[in-house]
Design a protein around this ligand. Structure first.
Ligand code: ADP
Ligand code: ZN
Ligand code: ZN
Length: 745
């Protein structure tokens, strides 16, 4: 890097990053100054000597050259904990597209006055037998909150107050009352004046299987010899992945290193956290959306001071400022929540790898159904792949039946339950076992299919399903192709060409109608507005307060329900019909996870997959729990059509108040790209076209997609767009860019 100008921010903090000041880089320092570095600059009228951080480099001066001051020198402590974060922000800006300010705001913690730098603990004051007696007592009196606390305290004498409050959802008065009864005591300690003593993990590691141990040994051996890498552990739920993470983290801590563990927010349950607390004691902390800004800041401070060894949280926990980071673990790495939905639209997996390379840390990814990306990179030796094939908790893989809904209709069954599913549900209800009904409701948007033969209306150019518009047209949101809605199925000629609509509420009504007397719980976006109600529904179901749990994809994660022996997947192919190249992958993942919920306990499980497309490879392979088979077919399709991970994709989304403005800008830009020198080689330009949701909040949405095997080529296109944006003044337009998008626009 030998840029001539640097953006410098003095006093770096989330609140103060609105404007970097541009300085000249003197000749002697060119090539040495990099983003994240601390430098001395003359500041203000009096040219006071201040230290600041370089956040950005450029070859263009924003002001007349003679008005710019020069950087004085590089600070002797040029590299700090912030340096890595700033460098990451700079990388994110380049790699994903956003302003440096937005990128900095993503990585820097909010500065907050340190009110309440204290922590409360709950301490059990009585013996185990007494606690057990109390649990029975509380259960009898239906004091469920109290019972939950006591249950948690059975194995643990001390638990963090925040954990009980947030994860067990227990209100302060309940805890007060337990304290009054002398069963617990609540203690406060200020951890700055009185730093937490190291409480060694009380629970010894499980004796590991040979394959678990060899993964840990391998990862650590490479780390110790200075070759930290990226590792993918592919193993079904219950195959011991978490135990491997714990083992690696334990060894990292022994080396004086810290660990970041990413978990999808929805899986951040009490049980998961407890496993980490039990192992590593107080040196573990959590980041999640329920923490206040102050609490988040405190966790960052503790990390910076090495008062923590492990932080667990969703995507944003990636930016925890650990001075000696040893490993980043990403559990359920295929989850789409790892991709940011606001600018910069970064992916936690790639960003983790970037941060790890700055810090010399390892990255460990785990999943039962790895993303195509991760598996593809593993195949190219960019990641090292490990397989864990056995379920350690016992229980066999469930028996799966695939039911063809077209046949059901032919035989005159118009219920949402196939005959097989109905029969098995009756058996379970009679036996007092539990049932989960999973409605695959992604891709709800009006795709059109034939009820008689299953034919789906698709775009002839893109292999995605067409969406129905009010004006009677079917449209492709990738390329803009349109056709009239045909009156009959073009495949079989029947009149049953229909949009599919069914919600969890309709399913609930059907259950009440066909199985009166069965206790039903329903979980969907409506019934779980708050995180508490989400956990409440799950714990009610775990406590056998209902026979049947109906839900969307939310129910396939989190808790284990040993008494669930039947899983019904209604309309398994719904998510196949999203006009989206990831539809097959998402369907396979959802079905595999949903099927995996049956038979976790001692009793064997059964799964019924109801579908209009029983022959679709996503469904066939999910029914066989065959990841490799699915991967082989899916990757072929991606390679053929140059979709990620076989190539890279850049989506440009423009929002505009006038109907045509966005379209015209994109059309002009597409032409500019085509005229780029060498721009055509291996480049696919798709669109511009109307976005899938054509208007939101009175803003029209248009998209333009680029595909290229070389990511850097797409970065050049992004840079061109930024330059174009600076030259033209797109007053009323908002332009968003998204590399390798997870969703269609
Ligand atoms: P995953 O993360 O793949 O779902 P876990 O690590 O949670 O798997 O392991 C599943 C269950 O098996 C847990 O209850 C765990 O305590 C137990 N377990 C893990 N490894 C072993 C082992 N080597 N021997 C016995 N039990 C184990
Ligand atoms: Zn198309
Ligand atoms: Zn048909």
């Amino acid at each position: 890097m030998s840029e001539k100008y640097a953006g410098v921010i003095v006093d770096i903090s989330h609140e103060k990053v609105d404007r970097p000041f541009q300085y000249k880089i003197p000749e002697r320092l060119r090539g040495q100054v990099v983003p994240g570095m601390r430098v001395h600059v003359p500041f203000g009228r009096g040219n006071k000597d201040l230290t600041g951080y370089v956040v950005d480099l450029s070859d263009e001066a924003d002001y007349p050259e003679e008005k710019l001051k020069e950087i004085s020198c590089i600070d002797e402590n040029a590299i700090t904990v912030e340096s890595d974060l700033i460098q990451t922000a700079y990388w994110m800006k380049r790699h994903y597209g956003s302003t440096i300010i937005t990128a900095l705001k993503t990585v820097l913690p909010v500065r907050q006055k340190l009110k309440q730098p204290e922590k409360k603990k709950i301490i059990r004051r009585q013996g185990k037998e007494e606690i057990e007696r109390q649990i029975r007592e509380c259960t009898r009196k239906h004091q469920t909150a109290k019972a939950r606390v006591l249950y948690a305290l059975l194995d643990e004498e001390v638990l963090p107050y925040a954990l009980i409050r947030e994860k067990l959802n227990v209100a302060p008065p309940t805890l007060k009352s337990l304290e009054k009864q002398g069963i617990i005591s609540i203690e406060t300690e200020t951890y700055y004046r009185n730093p937490v003593k190291r409480t060694p993990g009380r629970e010894a590691a499980a004796s590991l299987s040979e394959s678990q141990q060899s993964i840990i040994d391998d990862v650590m051996q490479e780390y110790r010899s200075g070759r930290p890498g990226t590792y993918l552990i592919h193993g079904i739920t219950g195959s011991g992945k978490t135990e491997v993470y714990l083992g690696i983290i334990e060894q990292m801590i022994r080396l004086g290193k810290q660990a970041i563990v990413l978990i999808p927010e929805i899986a951040l349950t009490y049980q998961t956290l407890l496993r980490f607390y039990k192992r590593f004691g107080d040196r573990v902390s959590v980041m999640n959306s329920t923490l206040s800004r102050g609490e988040k800041f405190d966790q960052m401070e503790r990390a910076r001071r090495k008062e923590l060894d492990v932080i667990i949280g969703p995507r944003s926990a990636l930016f925890t400022p650990f001075p000696d980071l040893g490993v980043i673990v990403i559990d359920e790495e295929h989850e789409s929540s790892y991709k940011s939905e606001s600018m910069p639209k970064y992916h936690a997996r790639e960003t983790a790898i970037q941060i790890a390379s700055l810090k010399g840390a390892s990255v460990v990814l785990g999943s039962a159904t790895p993303s195509l990306e991760a598996y593809y990179r593993a195949g190219r030796q960019e990641y090292k792949l490990y397989q864990l094939t056995k379920r350690l908790t016992g229980g066999q893989l469930p028996q799966v039946y695939t039911i063809d809904l077209r046949e059901e209709l032919k035989e005159g069954n118009r219920s949402v339950f196939s005959r097989r599913l109905k029969e098995l549900m009756e058996q379970r209800l009679a036996a007092g076992e539990q049932i989960m009904l999973f409605l695959n409701r992604r891709g709800y948007a009006g795709f059109i299919s034939c009820r008689a033969c299953g034919h789906v209306m698709k775009c002839p150019h893109c292999d995605v399903s067409l969406s129905e518009h009010r004006n009677g047209m079917l449209a492709c949101h990738y390329c803009g192709y349109e056709e009239k809605r045909p009156p009959r199925c073009p495949s079989c000629g029947s009149n049953y060409l229909m949009g599919f609509r069914a919600g969890t509420e309709q399913i609930e009504e059907a259950v009440h109608r066909e199985f009166p007397g069965a206790g039903v719980l329903r979980m969907d976006a409506d019934s779980t507005r708050s995180k508490e109600s989400y956990e409440k529904i799950l714990s009610d179901f775990a406590d056998a307060k209902a026979d049947i749990l109906i839900g969307t994809q939310m129910i396939v994660k989190g808790h284990d329900f040993p008494n669930v022996t039947l899983v019904g997947i209604l309309a398994a192919d719904l998510s196949l019909n999203q006009n989206d190249y990831r539809a097959g992958e998402r369907t396979f993942q959802l079905l595999t996870q949903a099927a995996g919920r049956a038979g976790r306990g001692r009793k064997p499980g059964e799964v019924v997959i109801q579908t209009y497309q029983p022959e679709h490879y996503s469904i066939v392979h999910a029914a066989n729990q065959d990841y490799a088979g699915f991967y082989e077919e899916e990757i072929l399709y991606r390679e053929l059509l140059q979709y990620p991970p076989a190539a890279h994709m850049l989506a440009v989304l423009v929002l505009s108040p006038q109907e045509d403005a966005g379209y015209q800008v994109l059309e002009k830009f597409a032409r500019m790209v085509r005229e780029m020198p060498g721009g055509q080689d291996g480049l696919y330009v798709i669109g511009p076209a109307q976005a899938a949701v054509a208007k939101i909040n009175d803003l029209y949405r248009h998209t333009l997609y680029f595909k290229h095997a070389d990511y850097e080529k797409l970065v050049l296109i992004k840079d061109l767009l930024e330059t174009y944006g600076r030259q033209q003044d797109f007053k009323n337009l908002t332009i968003q860019i998204d590399f390798d998008p997870m969703n269609h626009y």
